[in-house]
Design a protein around this ligand. Structure first.
Ligand code: SIN
Ligand code: MN
Length: 218
C-alpha cells in the first residue's frame, strides 16, 4: 500500500504568519486508510476522557495517542507520558500516513514523538489554548482532520489577541509553525452531518508534535 498522502499539489494558504492551511491535503482514499489505521490504534489504546488540571472537570472531547509519547491531562496536570493512563500500555505507533504528512509538510523538523488523537462528537468543543507542553518549539505542530467539519478559531500568542475563524474539513492539514507555533487555538463547533467518512458521525483531529529537543540542536 502506498504511503503517498496527497494527490493534489501542495497548495497551502498562509492564514497568519506561520499558520498554513492545506485544504484537502488527504484525498478520500488516504482519509479512509488513516481512519482504518486509527480504528486499529483505538483498539490498542482506547479513547479516554481527559480531565482539567486541579478541578478534574472532564473535557468534552475524548482522546488517545499514538507514538512514543502521549499527551494526557488530569488533576495532576498536563504532561506527556509513554503509556496509556488507564491501561498502562505503551501507545501504538503513529500511522504511516500521518508520518508521511509530517515528512511532506515539516521536512526540516526532527521526527514527531506524539500524535494526539481527539474525537469530537456533535456537541464537543475545545476552548482556546496554546500547545506549549513541549520542550521543542522550533518544530511545528501538524494537525490533520477527518470526518465532520469544524469551526476552528485561531489568534496570536496572547490570549487577548484578535482571533479569526475558518472551517477545517475532512482531509485538511494545518501547520502551526514559526510565529504561529504558540498561537492560541480552539474548536468552537462541530458541523454535524457534514461528512460521510466516520460511521456515526463526529470529527477526529490528529496533532503531531515533536516533544523533546531536537538532538541536532541540543
Ligand atoms: C487541539 O488543539 O488539540 C485540537 C485542534 C483541533 O481539533 O483541530
Ligand atoms: Mn492544541
Amino acid at each position: 500500500m502506498s504511503d503517498r498522502v496527497s494527490s493534489a499539489s501542495l497548495r497551502g494558504i498562509e492564514i497568519i504568519a506561520g499558520l498554513i492551511h492545506y485544504p484537502g491535503f488527504l484525498d478520500r482514499p488516504a482519509q479512509e486508510r488513516l481512519r482504518d489505521a486509527l480504528r486499529e490504534a483505538v483498539r490498542a489504546a482506547p479513547l479516554f476522557t481527559p480531565r482539567m488540571p486541579r478541578t478534574g472537570k472532564p473535557f468534552t472531547v475524548r482522546m488517545t495517542n499514538c507514538g512514543p509519547l502521549g499527551w494526557v491531562s488530569d488533576e495532576a496536570g498536563y504532561r506527556y507520558q509513554p503509556t496509556h493512563p488507564v491501561t498502562g500500555a505503551p501507545w501504538p505507533p503513529i500511522p504511516k500516513i500521518a508520518l508521511a504528512a509530517w515528512a511532506e509538510l515539516a521536512p526540516e523538523a526532527p521526527p514527531p514523538e506524539a500524535c494526539l488523537v481527539n474525537f469530537y462528537d456533535g456537541s464537543a468543543r475545545m476552548g482556546l489554548h496554546q500547545d506549549r507542553d513541549e520542550e521543542e518549539f522550533s518544530a511545528p505542530v501538524l494537525s490533520l482532520s477527518l470526518g465532520d467539519s469544524c469551526l476552528f478559531r485561531v489568534g496570536g500568542a496572547k490570549r487577548s489577541d484578535k482571533t479569526r475563524s475558518f472551517d477545517l474539513n475532512s482531509g485538511d492539514a494545518l501547520i502551526l509553525g514559526g510565529p504561529a507555533r504558540l498561537a492560541f487555538h480552539g474548536v468552537d463547533r462541530i458541523r454535524g452531518g457534514s461528512s460521510t467518512l466516520l460511521e456515526g458521525g463526529g470529527r477526529i483531529n490528529l496533532t503531531l508534535r515533536r516533544v523533546t529537543l531536537d538532538p541536532r540542536r541540543a
